[in-house]
Design a protein around this ligand. Structure first.
Ligand code: BGC
Length: 256
């Protein structure tokens, strides 16, 4: 039986949706249904806080007894958000961790969304026991990246914002899953963009493993076989739940 000491709540704030669940960290599995609300238009702090409250209320976990991890789609350094690619510019240089703690009336663990997904896959998924350099990418509204070396996270890598040579747009704007939706790309057209992105990462960093997360990873069979890389590339075991699981895992670590 799962004891209380192995449970925590994870909330994953994305550019499009805010998702949360109660997680069993002994096994890295969701213990509740996944609750999802749309990210409020403009993604201003007050509206995002209200949406997080709504997720916690629906989960029935609004009390402070159970550790809470919150993942956010921006650089997070010492509790401050330092960038805002798919959220309001208000978040740049914002004391976000304190803002959520004050607003929710409790401690939280606050971190970058791709980084926590990387932690989840290192502990419970595709990067378990992976030696050397693993790069997890989340393909969603943006491109998030987590860099892990022998299972240790090197936080706040923003490799989705690598600039394409002689182009105005960065790789995120051109190759995130949102570009597929916006431009109605076929799998093969998108795969050509991904090929260019992953080849460039491969050249720059010589990784040992690529992991692909984000909602679209459930369709990995449609596009991963179209890529030709020297590095193995696999879907995240926890797919789009990796952020929730990783946020919860780090929150529980804080309690220990
Ligand atoms: C942000 C990253 C984030 C990623 C995925 C990017 O636009 O800069 O911090 O991890 O989107 O949400």
């Amino acid at each position: 039986m799962t004891t209380k000491a192995t449970r925590a709540v994870g909330v994953d704030i994305g550019g499009t949706g805010i998702k949360g669940a109660l997680v069993d960290l002994a096994h890295g599995e969701l213990l509740s249904d996944r609750v999802k609300v749309a990210t409020p238009a403009g993604a201003e702090p007050g509206d995002v806080l209200d949406a997080v409250r709504q997720v916690l209320g629906t989960l029935g976990v609004s009390d402070a007894d159970i550790p809470l991890g919150v993942a956010f789609p921006a650089i997070v350094k010492n509790g401050r958000t330092l960038s805002a690619a798919n959220v309001a510019d208000t978040w740049i240089g914002f004391e976000a961790e304190k803002f959520f703690e004050d607003g929710l009336g409790r401690d939280i663990h606050f971190a970058n969304d791709a980084d926590v997904a990387g932690v989840a896959e290192a502990r419970y998924g595709a990067a378990r026991d992976a030696a050397g350099l693993t790069i997890l990418t989340t393909l969603g509204t943006g491109i998030g990246t987590a860099v892990l070396y022998n299972g240790h996270l090197i936080p706040n890598a923003e490799l989705g914002h690598l600039q394409r040579a002689n182009r105005k747009k960065d790789f995120e704007a051109w190759a995130a899953y949102s570009a597929v939706e916006r431009e109605q790309l076929t799998w093969s057209k998108w795969a050509r963009r991904l090929q260019s992105y992953y080849s460039y990462l491969e050249f720059l960093l010589s990784p040992d493993l690529f992991i692909v997360g984000g909602g679209v990873s459930k369709h990995a069979d449609e596009f991963l076989p179209l890529l030709h890389l020297k590095t193995p590339i696999v879907p995240a075991v926890h797919r789009n739940n990796a952020g929730i699981i990783g946020a919860a895992a780090l929150a529980l670590d804080d309690e220990r």
